[in-house]
Design a protein around this ligand. Structure first.
Ligand SMILES: [Mn+2]
Length: 339
């Protein structure tokens, strides 16, 4: 037996349970090693940190899938940034197009994409791909995150585009709150990004539900109140219970035909999420995150799930990835069990 076969054999001895359902063939792992839109370096290593966490746990999770790798544009980081209000937007545009076309193809094949990504900007490509495959279906989004990710080049204080994916998808510039004067070329790329998959909003702002969002800026607060976007705080999750909040979140999206769930690991508390670019206190516990995602994914309208922003270079040991892997594995199990 080769070493690799032996490793696989040994792994399969440990955890034979989740996998041998026909539905597993319908799940497709999508790996997006992008970190170009984050403010700190290292999120492109998050996927491999998840794999190390899986090996350390002796889980055979990753042996059960045949992943697709989406080309990134991290090489733009070597060239230097030319767009202060939307850093590396030319590269971000490339990655989003790649993610968009991959996810669109998978959805046309009726696959369920589980997306493992680096920086959160690429979630816009995921949403655009889901929408393109079924343009007539109303798409709702459950965004589990410390941040609202509703900035635009006109409002961002940092220029980091991982804070902008939801603005891309609702097709807003948020000029009511303009503080920056982006350059012409930046604006051209921003327009091209918003129009990937069609020159229209991919989601209604009312069809976004936030969970545990707790670190927002004024321009984002403006959009949240303008559109009445619901945010279930960590305190509400704790008071009412995870199952109750999951149901309420799904109820907000009762008129949607399909649902995408985006799980940013910084939704978890900063005490356990050291290994991510922008940790924030008062977040979810690992147990709450597991139960929340496992509950939400039982809804038959959910058609794609994504986990982002693990950055092992900021971590001590590999704790963030280990916790994130627990969420990934439990959520996938719930998906398979409830198919
Ligand atoms: Mn995010």
């Amino acid at each position: 037996m080769t070493t690799f076969a032996k490793l696989n054999y040994e792994l399969s001895e440990y955890k034979p349970n989740i996998i041998n359902y026909p539905f597993m063939r319908k799940i497709k792992l999508v790996e997006v090693r992008s970190e170009i839109a984050a403010g700190t370096r290292g999120a492109s290593l998050g996927i491999d940190a998840l794999k190390i966490a899986s090996l350390d746990k002796k889980s055979n999770f990753f042996t059960k899938f045949d992943p697709i790798n989406v080309p990134d544009a991290n090489n733009y980081l070597w060239k230097g940034n030319k767009h202060p209000h939307a850093k590396y937007i030319d590269g971000v545009y490339q990655v989003l197009k790649n993610v968009y076309s991959t996810v669109e193809s998978l959805r046309l094949e009726k696959k369920f994409p589980i997306v493992l990504a680096g920086d959160h900007s690429t979630a816009a490509g995921t949403i655009m791909g889901i929408k393109a495959a079924n343009p007539d279906k109303r798409l709702g989004v459950i965004w589990i995150d410390a941040h609202a990710d509703l900035h635009t080049p006109y409002t961002t204080p940092s220029g980091n585009m991982h804070g902008m994916p939801l603005a891309m998808c609702i097709h807003t510039d948020n000029l009511d709150c303009q503080v920056n004067e982006p350059e012409e070329l930046t604006i051209q790329y921003w327009e091209k990004i918003k129009n990937i998959g069609g020159e229209y909003p991919k989601i209604n702002p009312e069809d976004i539900v936030f969970i545990s969002v707790r670190d927002t800026e004024e321009p984002e607060d403006h959009l949240i109140s303008k559109y009445g976007i619901r945010n279930f705080t960590t305190e509400e999750v704790r008071q009412k219970g995870v199952a109750n909040i999951a149901q309420q979140a799904l109820d907000v999206l009762k008129d949607c035909d399909q649902i995408y769930i985006s799980f940013d690991v910084d939704s978890m508390d900063s005490s356990i999420s050291v290994g991510t670019g922008t940790p924030v206190p008062n977040g979810l516990t690992v147990e709450e995150a597991i139960q929340l995602n496992a509950e939400l994914i039982k809804d038959k309208r959910v058609c794609c799930w994504e986990i982002v922003e693990v950055n092992p270079t900021l971590d001590t040991e590999n704790l963030m990835a280990e916790n994130a892997f627990e969420v990934l594995e439990a959520t996938t199990s719930s998906l398979v069990d409830n198919f």
